[in-house]
Design a protein around this ligand. Sequence first.
Ligand SMILES: Nc1ncnc2c1ncn2[C@@H]1O[C@H](COP(=O)(O)OP(=O)(O)OP(=O)(O)O)[C@@H](O)[C@H]1O
Ligand SMILES: [Mg+2]
Length: 246
Amino acid sequence: MKNIKKKFGSVTALRGVDLEVGENEIVGLLGDNGAGKSTLIKILSGVMPPTEGEIYIRGEKINPREYSVNQARELGIETVYQEKALGEKQPIWRNIFIGRHITNRFGFIDVDRVKQESQKIMREIMGLTGEGASPESRVSTLSGGERQGIAIGRAMYFDADLVILDEPTMALSLKEVDKVLKFIQKIKDNGKSCVYISHNITNVYPVSDRFVALDRGEKVGEYFKEECSLEELNEALIMATERKTG
Ligand SMILES: Nc1ncnc2c1ncn2[C@@H]1O[C@H](COP(=O)(O)OP(=O)(O)OP(=O)(O)O)[C@@H](O)[C@H]1O
Ligand SMILES: [Mg+2]
């Protein structure tokens, strides 16, 4: 992403941000509330166009007029959103296979197979065992961690090249956080890439290769894990934000 700017009316959410994600690289995207993290990744995943700036995927320039969530998925980018990751009122199986239905020989959606595959994703990939975690359940009945789990399971099932995780605002339990971290490690081991947004740098640190810090719509820092300890990263982030304020 090159020189990305985004305005919402009079609010400027992004003021010319560059973000690069390499092959088999895990990037931790950091910054305070309102820094522009979700806006940046929504632009990357085709939810909204930038006001200005360019996006390249595997070196190919994207046409913002044609770019969409579906096109991003076709290009191997799967995103787990912070809010409203899934259609609230729909059953889980519809959410998992949205835009990617398995069809039978008549070209209709093969509902039975889609449900079976959904069950597999939920039980085998994500290990969801809760009472409500059946493909028939409505998304609105799931816990925060279960929702995150389903969105992640979907990304794994479709074998995305780049998985973007925007940590939910609601707190995840320790067990759920652990699952997310294990999943990111799996992305790394499988040779894929990830952008992981989190407020908790203690969580992001061990699984990331590089960190990008945003502050009020600008990139204020970029750090490689091999160059800094967790404490040094923490210090650097505080200094980067203070320098801008001061
Ligand atoms: N759809 C929108 N309309 C108007 N303003 C918006 C919209 N989306 C985001 N903003 C504004 O843009 C700025 C950046 O928001 P964004 O959601 O990207 O922050 P964030 O870094 O993800 O924050 P958090 O850590 O709280 O999730 C904020 O000031 C926010 O109010
Ligand atoms: Mg956000």
